[in-house]
Every structure is written in structure tokens, then in C-alpha cells.
Write a protein that binds this ligand. Structure first.
Ligand SMILES: Nc1nc2c(c(=O)[nH]1)N[C@H]1C(S)=C(S)[C@@H](COP(=O)(O)O)O[C@H]1N2
Ligand SMILES: [Mo]
Length: 327
């Protein structure tokens, strides 16, 4: 599955073994079915298998304003790479699977439920969310726990602005984000897999309120392509990529730390905090360097920065924590 891709960490390592094997056998079955007689699949199934990729179209432009909270001086990763090298396991394990499979994600009508420790539970329509605050252009480094990275020009506003509209109670200490999940659309990972859907992520309240944490609606000045988490996702640039949950349908305010998807999979490998930290290796690989996607071979390797380079804005939240430990 990795021929011609050469990622740093094979998906077989990152993926729970059982589900990976299931995925491979399923793929072999599908390929066999296609060559021995496409008719066997049925017209509907074929349409799904060959559904076109969902690159953003011209009519998807967003009105944006400049932001002071933007990374400068680094070459942006291309739109092509940002939209064809993805992790979105609901739509498959290969890096190019989300671009092929996420076309059916129904991004309208879309609502985000606000639940838990709030004055009154509410539901926000995506059209309302898009107009709640001016949309800012924010360039952030994006560092995946698999040791690759990108520089992405996101569009959104601080999650804190949204949280103000949610009226959380003083007892709210954590925020949980739940991703869209419908087995009819997202069948690419498989019912046998060990991941418990929906994808769940979370932040401590002060992390969620940090102005860097972005409620994200677009990239490159356009609405998010489905494979990048349309129509709304979280981006937390000082943490490993998996903390940035895609296609959010619910935000829960909690008094306890929520369950999170990768922590469920391997608690010793993927902590709740998961701050980017070059001094704490993953149990199975080093986090000292990263491979910048799309750069020439000789320029690809970069030293990974503490808090992904955002220490000035975030380090004080972790005073007293031992930064040599994996949380
Ligand atoms: N719902 C959901 N959100 C997710 C993931 C996922 O599999 N499902 N993958 C995470 C990981 S591991 C990364 S690196 C980023 C990737 O975002 P991108 O594909 O837009 O670069 O999304 C994160 N959010
Ligand atoms: Mo990731």
C-alpha cells in the first residue's frame, strides 16, 4: 500500500494491526471483484468506488481579513499536497483515500450541537457560524505525529470567540469535539476496525480559549475540501495533528477529561496533551525531525520545534509540567 509514497512511518505502524489487516484483505477483495467482473459490484457500488475527488471549486471562495496570528517566512505547502495527503481514517487509511472517498460527506445542511456544562444547550447552523466573526487568514505549521509536516494557510477565527457564544458554566474544565460519523457514508475504514466512532478529541478549557486555537472553515481562501474536514474543524497548531478533529458536529463542555480516539488506541503512545515536543520520542520513532511535504529532497528534513514553534503563545499553559515526559 505504500509503493511510491515512502512516508516516514508506514500506516501499518500507526494503525492498529487488526484493522490494518482487515483493510488490506478488504482491498484485495475489492480489486478482485473489479477485475473478475465489475457487474458483480452493482452500479451503485461502482459509482461509490469511482466517485470523483472533491477539489475545491471556483464558487467556494471565502471573504477573509488579515490576522496578526500568522506564521511568516515559510513556503506554503501546495493546495494539491494539502488536499491529497490526508489523515481522515473515516474515509480510509491511505494518504490519498480521503481525497477519493470523502465526496459523499454531506456538508449542507450542517449543524454543530453545543452540549454539557453550558447555560443552555444550543445548535448552531453552519451558515450562522460562518458569519459569527470575520474570517481570518492564518498560516500555521502542521506537524503530524507520524513525523511529516506542512505549512497551511487556514481560514477561520479563534475558537474562543465561538466558546463565548456557548456560555459555558464555571464547572466546564474541558471541551470535547466530535466528528461526523455515518456508517452509510464512511464505510472505508470498516466495521471490524478497532477505532470507536465518532472520532473524539479534546482540550483543556485554557487550551481551547487560547487565541491560536482556530475554528476552521477553509484553506487557501476557499471553503475546506471535504478531505480536510469540511465544513468546520478545529486546528491546534502546537499539538500533533490528531488533536485537530475534522468535520465537527458536536462540542461538549465537560468537568472531566474526555476520551480521545488515539489515546483509546494506544494510551502509552498518544497522550491527551500531545504537545509537539522534539525531546520526547514516540515509543517507536524519533520526533526530533520532520519531513516537510512537497519540498525538494535535500530540503525536506527540518528540526522539529518545541510546541511546533508556538512557545511564546502557549508554553506558559504548561508551567510545572515535566517537558521530558510523554503526556
Ligand atoms: N475526524 C477525524 N479527524 C482527524 C483525523 C481523522 O482520522 N478523523 N486525523 C487527524 C490527523 S492524524 C491529522 S495529521 C490531521 C490531518 O489533517 P489534514 O488531512 O487536513 O492535513 O487531521 C486530524 N483530524
Ligand atoms: Mo496525524
Amino acid at each position: 500500500m505504500l509503493i511510491g509514497k515512502n512516508p516516514d512511518i508506514p500506516s501499518s505502524e500507526i494503525t492498529p494491526q487488526r484493522s490494518y489487516e482487515w483493510y488490506l484483505s478488504r482491498r484485495k477483495f475489492l480489486r478482485g471483484a473489479m477485475t473478475t467482473g465489475a457487474a458483480a459490484l452493482g452500479a451503485e457500488r461502482l459509482a461509490e468506488v469511482f466517485s470523483p475527488s472533491t477539489a475545491a471549486k471556483a464558487d467556494t471562495k471565502l471573504q477573509t481579513v488579515k490576522s496578526p496570528l500568522t506564521t511568516t517566512g515559510e513556503q506554503l505547502t501546495s493546495f494539491e499536497d494539502i488536499t491529497h495527503y490526508n489523515n481522515f481514517y473515516e474515509f480510509g487509511v491511505d494518504k490519498d483515500a480521503p481525497a477519493r472517498n470523502a465526496g459523499g460527506l454531506p456538508t449542507r445542511l450542517w449543524t454543530v450541537k453545543v452540549e454539557g456544562k453550558v447555560k443552555t444547550p444550543k445548535t448552531f447552523d453552519i451558515e450562522v457560524l460562518l458569519k459569527l466573526r470575520p474570517l481570518e487568514d492564518r498560516v500555521y505549521r502542521h506537524r503530524c505525529v507520524e513525523a511529516w509536516s506542512m505549512v497551511i494557510p487556514w481560514v477561520g477565527y479563534s475558537l474562543s470567540e465561538f466558546i463565548k457564544e456557548c456560555d459555558p458554566l464555571p464547572s466546564a474544565k474541558f471541551v470535547q469535539f466530535l466528528s461526523y460519523f455515518d456508517s452509510k457514508v464512511e464505510k472505508w475504514y470498516g466495521e471490524d476496525a478497532t477505532i470507536v466512532w465518532p472520532y473524539s478529541e479534546g482540550l483543556r478549557m485554557d487550551e481551547a480559549m487560547n487565541p491560536l486555537t482556530l475554528l476552521t472553515f477553509g484553506l487557501y481562501g476557499q471553503v475546506l475540501p471535504n478531505q480536510d474536514g469540511a465544513p468546520v474543524r478545529i486546528v491546534v497548531p502546537w499539538k500533533y495533528g490528531y488533536k485537530s478533529a475534522k468535520s465537527i458536529v458536536a462540542v461538549r463542555f465537560l468537568d472531566k477529561m474526555p476520551r480521545t480516539t488515539w489515546n483509546d488506541q494506544a494510551p502509552n503512545e498518544y497522550g491527551f496533551y500531545s504537545n509537539v515536543n522534539p525531546n520526547v520520542d514516540h515509543p517507536r520513532w524519533s520526533q526530533k525531525t520532520e519531513r516537510r511535504i512537497g519540498q525538494a529532497f535535500y530540503a525536506q528534513r527540518k528540526g522539529t520545534l518545541m510546541f511546533n514553534g508556538y512557545s511564546d503563545l502557549v508554553a506558559s499553559m504548561y508551567n510545572g509540567m515535566d517537558l521530558k515526559k510523554n503526556y
